[in-house]
Design a protein around this ligand. Structure first.
Ligand code: CP
Length: 328
């Protein structure tokens, strides 16, 4: 791994196997069945300049579970960037205070810019519509665990990604990670103007994967192994897009009726969350909430060991794990 985690482009299958092995070893700590202090004395700067519930709190929890402490800031209002301080100056200052930084920012490329002049490890917690590497890692960790439980392999799997595939940074990072595996079948279903970026579709095809692009979930004809639903990110729309957006929400609505038509008893239902519960929004229906195939809260739970593993690896303390574990 590089000193930072800015994009999943920096990862290969060996790095994934190593990271997930660390995450597995840290599962008892994540669940507080064991405790460790391998990051005692270390401080995390958790900088969120865009809304977050899961990523911010789970990175915070992961660092604390490893024995470290966390300084949090949320929103531009409570940062001196509100007084005109540049990203570069902010980065140089904070690097002098902390041992690791997680940052979320509304602009694509901003986290890499922030990291460019400092040696303190920086983790991209989401840079606008760019990438969300830790979410993709916990998504892949979840797929591997779910598949192991039901005896499936990722090679040859049929992955359906639906919703906002343009602004949904989690699908960008997850598609890249999945593409590292042996050939599989991707079906992409998005509203007009919110399709998966062409460079990512070309990357999938160049790596030997089958890619089908459909207009509606009604057009899906073959059985799916993973449904990955996403929210329409209207907060990223330009003014004109608000005027012309004509997505038919029901065409991308993952609900019981769709699952009855196109899924199998072993299809896994995923969503990076948050799902949009406002009137008129239809990403993932609550009518699947009692369905055991719904993995969304197993996904969020997996965020803790995976984010602990990222810290352990970036801060080079993974070799200390076994000797440090104590009973609660
Ligand atoms: N999945 C995700 O990034 O959630 P938050 O926006 O709540 O962090």
């Amino acid at each position: 791994m590089t000193p930072h985690l800015l994009s999943v482009d920096d990862l290969n299958l060996d790095a994934l196997d190593e990271l997930f092995s660390i995450a597995e070893r840290l599962e008892p700590v994540a669940r507080r069945q064991k405790v460790t202090r391998i990051l005692e004395g270390a401080v995390l700067g958790n900088l969120f300049f865009e809304a977050s519930t899961r990523t911010r709190i789970s990175f915070n929890t992961a660092f604390c579970r490893l024995g470290g402490t966390v300084c949090d800031t949320t929103g531009f209002t409570f940062s001196s960037m509100a007084k005109g301080e540049s990203l570069a100056d902010t980065s140089r200052v904070i690097a002098g205070y902390v041992d690791a930084i997680v940052m979320r920012h509304p602009d694509r490329g901003s986290v890499a810019e922030f990291a460019s002049a400092i040696n303190v490890p920086v983790i991209n917690g989401g840079d606008g519509p760019g990438e969300h590497p830790s979410q993709a890692l916990l998504d892949l960790y979840t797929i591997r665990k779910e598949f192991a439980r039901i005896g499936k392999t990722i090679a040859g799997a049929h992955i359906l990604m639906t919703g906002d595939l343009k602004y949904g940074r989690t699908v960008h990072s997850l598609a890249k990670l999945l593409s590292l595996h042996a050939p599989m079948h991707f079906t992409l279903v998005a509203p007009p103007s919110l399709e998966m970026p062409v460079n990512l579709i070309e990357m999938l095809m160049a790596r030997g994967h089958r890619v089908d692009i459909l207009d509606s979930l009604d057009d899906v004809t073959t059985a799916i192994d993973v449904v990955y639903a996403t929210r329409i990110q209207k907060e990223r729309f330009t003014e004109e897009m608000h005027d012309v957006f004509s997505g038919r929400p029901e065409a991308y609505h993952v609900n019981r009726a769709f699952m009855d038509r196109r899924a199998t008893p072993q299809t896994i239902i995923m969503h990076p969350l948050p799902r949009d519960s406002r009137p008129g929004a239809h990403d993932l229906s609550t009518d699947l909430d009692t369905d055991p195939r719904l993995a969304i809260f197993r996904q969020t739970d997996n965020g803790i060991p995976v984010r602990m593993a990222i810290f352990a690896k970036l801060l080079e303390v993974d070799h200390l794990i076994e000797g440090s574990l104590r009973d609660v």
